[in-house]
Design a protein around this ligand. Sequence first.
Ligand code: TRP
Length: 361
Amino acid sequence: MEKIILTGDRPTGKLHLGHYVGSLRRRVELQNSGEFDKIFVMIADAQALTDNADNPEKIRQNIIEVALDYLSVGIDPAKTTIFIQSQVPELCELAFYYMNLVTVSRVQRNPTVKTEIKMRNFEQSIPLGFFCYPVSQASDITAFKATTVPAGEDQAPMIELTREIVNRFNNIYGPTLVEPDILLPENAVCQRLPGTDGKAKMSKSLGNCIYLSDSPKELKKKVNSMYTDPEHLTIDSPGHLEGNCPFIYLDAFSNDGHFAKYLPEYNNLQELKDHYTRGGVGDGTVKKLLTNVLEEELVPIRERRKYYEQNIPEVYDILRKGSENARATAAKTLDEVRAAMKINYFDDAALIADQAARYKA
Ligand code: TRP
């Protein structure tokens, strides 16, 4: 069986380092591993509209932001099909059929949807489209016969539902669809990179993000204002690592090579941590190291971004071609789905002949 990836993001804002360690970096590795036959990365504008119906301009603006972020981290349109969800109308059709296979109470039990409903104060009036987005997500995944969905833990309930829908569909209509597996981030730091305030996950509304598109100046400023250890008052006092942002980021981004290059007094992160815990290392030293490490990661990303920012029509062209390619793939699956569901009336010569014979007799 072909190995196929489908994953995506809602275009509601620019992407930040949380997205980078949580998903983008991995996608580029998977793309370049050569292990997958096809890779689809989707800008989920239709899903974003389920709770932004009154703000289409926001979604429209962020499509290009997300596309620039994808291209600048190294998602390569020669290897990965980047497309826009709304430009593949087959996905809506498929979702409409899947809705018959899912109960309201099943969606109501989805923990991610529950949390989102609370966060948006939707308790009294949930838009129906928003409520149904897990079903639409099942169609995003299965339209491409994806075997692998790289995504965060919050997406696990969606993949679970997708597998249930695939099973129900195949049971009723015969084997047509493929059951996907989720591919989670490698470790806890990558799963949940805290914001620069050390409190919650990076989130635009909390203003605690480092964006992939931040300038060197912005980056330095944000690292220097990071939350560390409030009890670490002097260089010599013992420091604590728990909740200490620069150290958490170093866990996610640094390797031994960085120490040889930027802080050769230490062989690796563990030695620096030990010294910090004993006392004798200032936060400034740690932050300076982190700035260097992040700069090293962000320099090539900024370079690629600069190129695409100067070539915006090319970016739209990539999205248009990707959407056409995605549409052709989804249309093939939809042909199979319609045949399995016996709604392919005009393609079925036998059906017409049978009915003709039945009425003639
Ligand atoms: N729900 C995902 C998010 O909020 C976006 C998304 C839509 C998605 N369809 C998908 C992710 C299919 C993986 C697979 O970021």
